[in-house]
Design a protein around this ligand. Structure first.
Ligand code: AHR
Length: 492
C-alpha cells in the first residue's frame, strides 16, 4: 500500500506551543494521593512529600503545564481547606469520586511546589459550581499579591513569603454538566461576573479560560462567544475517546473495539475544525485560544478497583489515540493554545501507573516523550495522501502526520499508522534528498500490548531505520499499528 507526505519546507505555519503537551491532575482516585503525593514520612522516596520517581518521569516529558485540582472536583473544592499546617487540615467528602474522605493534605502550597519541582506552569481551575466570587478573589489575592493584606498575612503565616507566578485560570468546569447544569446563556453571564473579579495582582494579566463545550457541540460555543467573547482569552473543550453506552475494558478487545477507538480519536480533528469555524465568526484573528483541557481514552475500570477511581490499563491502542490527537493539535496550532491529557497518574489515560513504591511508564508516556521535539518548534505545512483503514463498511484515514523544525535544514516528523494489519510505504517529498538522523518507533505484534509491574518495559520505542533516501526526500516503511518519530536532514 502506497502513501505520500508532501512537506512544504518553505511554508512555516507558526509555533507549536509546548502547552499542547500539557497534563491534568485531579483529586480523583489515586492520581494525587499515592500517585503523586505520599507525604514526607512515606517510605517511598519523595521530595517534600511528592514522589521522586514521578517527578523524574514527568521531567523527562518536559511537562509544560499542569491543570489542577479538577475536573468535577474543582467545583466542590474550597481552597482554604487545603492550606495551613497539614495536621490541622480537616477532611471533606469527595462527592464526585467515590464519596471517600479527601484529606486535604495536598493543597495550594503542595501543588505550587509540585509545579516548581517539575518546572511547569500552573493552571488553576476555580470553583464556580459551589464556590463564590469572593472565595475566588481571596484565593487570587493569596496567590499573587505582594503587599500586606489579610490574605498575604495568611500566606506568609503558612510559610510562603513571595507570591507565586500564575497565568492560566479556568472559571468553571463542565458548567453544562456536573459543574452546575447551566444553560450557555446563564454561564456566559456568570462568566462575565467572575471574570470581572478575576484580576491578577502581578504585572502579567491572567489568561482566563471559559468553560467551553464537549466535543462537537457548537451551540454552546456560539452563545458563549456572542455573549462573553470580549472577556475570554481561552475556551475549553473536553472530549473523551469512549464508546457508549458500554465503554469496554482497556485490554482483551477485538478489532471492532480497535477500529471504533481509531474512529473516535479521529473525531477530535473534526471537532477542532468545527469549533474553529464557529470561533472565527466571533474572533477571526484567532485571539481566543481553544484549550483542550481534558482529552484521552476512557474505559471501564480495571477489575477489583473502585469504579469511581477510573483506573485503566494503557496499551498500544492508547498510543495510537494519543498520536492522532497530538498530530491534530499540532495541525491546529493557530487556534489550539493548550491541551491537557486526562490524566497524569493512575487515572484514565495516564502516562504513569503506580503500585506502592513501583512506577511504570505507559505507552502513552512514550508517545508524549517521542513528540517532545515539537515543543516550541515551527510547524511546517504538509499534505498527506493516506490509504484508508476499512472495517465492516466504515473507514478512517490510516495515517496521521505532523512536521516541525527548529533549524532550517532539520525536520522533525511524527507519524502514526492506525491500520492494525497493513504496513505502509510512505513517500516523503521534501524537495531534496533526506537523510535520517534519528528514528524511533513504538509498535508491537499485539494491539493491546502494554506494560505491567512485572514486565514494565514490554512496550517502549526502539530505533527505527526503515528509511531509504530518494531524490526528493525519502521512503519510509511504517509498520502496522505504530507510532514513529523521525529527525530528517535535507541535503542543501
Ligand atoms: O477526568 C475525569 C472527569 O471527566 C472530570 O472531572 C470532568 O471534568 C470530566 O467529566
Amino acid at each position: 500500500m502506497e502513501a505520500r507526505l508532501t512537506i512544504h519546507t518553505e511554508q512555516g505555519m507558526g509555533t507549536i506551543s509546548k502547552r499542547l503537551y500539557g497534563y491534568f491532575s485531579e483529586h480523583l482516585g489515586r492520581c494525587i494521593y499515592e500517585g503523586t503525593w505520599v507525604g514526607e514520612d512515606s517510605e517511598i522516596p519523595n521530595i517534600e512529600g511528592i514522589r521522586t520517581d514521578v517527578i523524574e518521569a514527568l521531567r523527562g516529558l518536559g511537562i509544560p503545564v499542569l491543570r489542577w485540582p479538577g475536573g468535577l472536583f474543582a467545583d466542590t473544592y474550597h481552597w482554604r481547606d487545603g492550606v495551613g499546617p497539614r495536621q490541622e487540615r480537616q477532611p471533606i467528602v469527595n462527592v464526585f469520586w467515590g464519596g471517600n474522605a479527601e484529606s486535604n493534605q495536598f493543597g495550594t502550597h503542595e501543588y505550587f511546589r509540585l509545579c516548581e519541582l517539575l518546572g511547569c506552569e500552573p493552571y488553576l481551575a476555580v470553583n464556580m459550581g459551589s464556590g463564590s466570587i469572593q472565595e475566588m478573589a481571596d484565593w487570587i489575592e493569596y496567590l499573587t499579591y505582594d503587599g500586606d493584606s489579610r490574605m498575604t498575612k495568611l500566606r506568609r503565616a503558612n510559610g510562603r513569603e513571595n507570591p507565586w507566578k500564575l497565568k492560566y485560570i479556568g472559571i468553571g468546569n463542565e458548567a453544562w454538566g456536573g459543574g452546575g447544569k447551566m444553560r450557555p446563556e446563564y454561564y456566559a453571564d456568570e462568566f462575565r461576573r467572575y471574570a470581572c473579579y478575576c484580576r491578577s495582582f502581578a504585572k502579567e494579566p491572567f489568561y482566563k479560560v471559559a468553560c467551553g463545550p464537549y466535543g462537537g457541540d457548537t451551540h454552546w460555543t456560539e452563545v458563549l462567544l456572542e455573549r462573553a467573547g470580549d472577556m475570554i482569552d481561552g475556551m475549553s473543550l473536553h472530549y473523551y475517546t469512549q464508546r457508549e453506552p458500554h465503554r469496554g475494558r482497556a485490554t482483551g478487545f477485538g478489532e471492532d473495539f480497535w477500529f471504533d477507538h481509531m474512529e473516535l480519536a479521529w473525531k477530535m480533528d473534526q471537532f477542532l475544525t468545527d469549533q474553529d469555524r464557529v470561533m472565527s465568526r466571533y474572533d477571526p484573528r484567532k485571539r481566543i485560544g481553544l484549550i483542550v483541557d481534558e482529552w484521552g481514552t476512557s474505559f471501564e475500570q480495571e477489575e477489583g478497583t473502585n469504579p469511581r477511581f477510573l483506573e485503566q490499563q494503557n496499551t498500544l491502542l492508547d498510543a495510537l489515540v494519543a498520536c492522532i490527537h497530538l498530530n491534530a493539535f499540532n495541525e491546529h496550532n493557530d487556534r489550539v493554545h493548550m491541551a491537557n491529557l486526562a490524566q497524569t497518574v493512575n487515572v484514565i489515560q495516564a502516562v504513569l501507573l503506580t503500585k506502592g513504591p513501583q512506577m511504570i511508564k505507559t505507552p502513552t508516556y512514550h508517545v508524549m516523550e517521542m513528540f517532545r521535539p515539537h515543543h516550541q518548534a515551527e510547524r511546517v505545512a504538509i499534505n498527506l495522501r493516506s490509504p484508508l483503514y476499512a472495517y465492516h463498511g466504515h473507514t478512517v484515514q490510516a495515517l496521521t502526520a505532523s512536521v516541525s523544525r527548529h533549524q532550517s535544514d532539520e525536520l522533525f516528523v511524527t507519524l502514526g499508522n492506525c491500520d492494525p494489519y497493513c504496513d505502509v510505504w510512505l513517500d516523503v517529498e521534501a524537495g531534496a534528498p533526506a537523510r535520517l538522523c534519528e528514528g524511533r518507533v513504538l509498535t508491537d505484534s499485539i494491539w493491546d500490548a502494554h506494560n505491567t509491574f512485572e514486565d514494565p518495559d514490554r512496550l517502549h520505542p526502539v530505533p527505527f531505520d526503515q528509511v531509504e533516501t530518494t531524490e526528493s526526500g525519502c521512503r519510509i516503511l511504517l509498520p502496522a499499528k505504530s507510532v514513529t518519530a523521525l529527525r530528517l536532514t535535507l541535503a542543501q
